[in-house]
Design a protein around this ligand. Structure first.
Ligand code: AMP
Length: 310
């Protein structure tokens, strides 16, 4: 079994209240791959330029990610993104987005990537998400992410792409922008009506919820003493969430499995934000993830006892 992810492979520059990095490995597909690699074989699809070298491949290979479908564009420059975070770390301003090799990207999936059991369409042009979904028509579970840009300029294609997947993973502001609904629950219900059977709503440092026809589930973010860099938290969450589903090929994809997948996504994301870029997840261990999931379970469970209410 394997997971295929298509999306950005990037160099990022970020400034947070904890410090700054001028140039670090990033991109939605990279963050997703590293997280999902703890659960299954991962194949990453995306373009890079001449500046993407051995050191960057080594991070992916260090986690066993299959990079055969990374397309090296001769003479090209890798996608570059830079952003700055506000003091509360939940607000982020994009300073620069240089599409570079991403501008003319046409995903070419190998036979092995097309045969994926599970597919993640990271944040790219919705028309390309649809095209990749068409190529991976045997995937038993497909999920997608998007962003305000595509909601604003390619809504029609995005709605079609949403209709082609099982699960949509968006943040609360994106759900509100896409649907115009004032609450995430009513917005998520409107997205369910577009076709998917589950909608995950990320709420940054406040956690995430999942809305399905079967029911809903909400989980706070793992409480950390210090957050260094939130970049890639959403994609790392998606990697843990989708990876967990990939690791259970025989389990019915119902609310029970999806809730547990949320816990793994949250645990992975909490590690990602402890250091800059991919630094923490690149040297994470399975034992550390298991311990954090157990701690997340402990701090969110309680036993009720009858009390005379008046
Ligand atoms: P997240 O913090 O989960 O939203 O993901 C941030 C990652 O997304 C960074 O590593 C960026 O390289 C990447 N990214 C930022 N803007 C875009 C964009 N317009 N298209 C694709 N990837 C992007």
């Amino acid at each position: 079994m394997s997971v295929t992810v298509v999306g950005s492979i990037a160099f990022d520059a970020v400034r947070t209240p904890s410090g700054a990095r001028e140039r670090m490995l990033g991109g939605a597909a990279v963050h997703f791959s590293l997280a999902a690699s703890f659960f299954d074989e991962v194949r990453v699809v995306g373009p890079v330029g001449d500046d993407f070298g051995e050191a960057e491949y080594a991070v992916l290979h260090g986690r066993g990610v299959n990079t055969d479908d990374i397309e090296h564009v001769e003479g090209g420059t890798t996608f570059f993104w830079s952003g700055v975070y506000g003091d509360n770390l939940n607000s982020r301003e994009t300073l620069e987005t240089d599409l570079n090799v991403f501008e003319h990207f046409e995903p070419k999936l190998s036979q092995a990537s097309r045969a994926a059991d599970v597919l993640f369409l990271a944040n790219i042009v919705p028309a390309l998400q649809l095209e990749v979904r068409r190529q991976c028509d045997r995937a038993r579970f497909a999920a997608l992410d998007s962003m305000d840009l595509w909601i604003n300029i390619a809504r029609e294609d995005l709605v079609k792409a949403i209709g082609s997947v099982d699960c949509v993973i968006l943040n609360d502001e994106e759900v509100e922008l896409l649907t115009g609904r004032p609450t995430v629950v009513s917005g998520a219900r409107e997205i369910l009506a577009m076709g998917p059977s589950a909608v995950v709503v990320k709420q940054g440092k406040y956690g995430a919820g999942i809305i399905t026809h079967e029911g809903t589930f909400w989980l706070p973010a793992f409480p950390l003493e210090q957050v260094v860099d939130p970049t890639g938290a959403g994609d790392t969450f998606a990697g843990g969430f989708v990876g967990y589903i990939a690791a259970h090929p025989d389990a019915p994809i119902g609310l029970e499995l999806l809730c547990r997948a949320m816990a793994y996504g949250s645990a992975l994301a909490s590690f990602n934000v402890e250091e800059f870029g991919t630094e923490r997840v690149a040297r994470l261990t399975g034992a550390e993830i298991a311990a954090r999931v157990a701690e997340l379970q402990r701090i969110t469970a309680f036993t009720d006892a009858p009390v005379a209410l008046r």
